[in-house]
Each structure stands twice: as structure tokens, then as C-alpha cells.
Design a protein. Structure first.
Length: 52
């Protein structure tokens, strides 16, 4: 079972690059991305990933 994570950064390219690199690891799955802290907290509460 893959570790489910949420990635967050205010820069789109950084966020997408991070999700791409981390998501390439078979034992990790990116469940969503967030643009800022508020969005990250909301998505974390709604999706309950293993890590942020």
C-alpha cells in the first residue's frame, strides 16, 4: 500500500515538479496538490492523506 501525500507550494512549477518526482516513487502516491496553507489544511482534512 502506497503512502498517500499532499503536496503544497505557491509556485505552480514547483508544485507540479514535486508531485511528479514524488509520484514517480512506487511506494508514494500524491493524492492532491494545494496552492497555499489554507487550501492544504482544507484538503488534508477532506482527503486525510498520510503526510503533507
Amino acid at each position: 500500500m502506497a503512502t498517500r501525500i499532499l503536496t503544497a507550494d505557491d509556485h505552480l512549477l514547483v508544485r507540479e515538479g514535486l508531485a511528479s518526482r514524488v509520484g514517480a516513487e512506487p511506494s508514494i502516491g500524491v493524492v492532491c496538490e494545494a496552492r497555499d496553507r489554507c487550501e492544504a489544511v482544507e484538503k488534508f482534512a477532506a482527503l486525510t492523506p498520510d503526510a503533507m
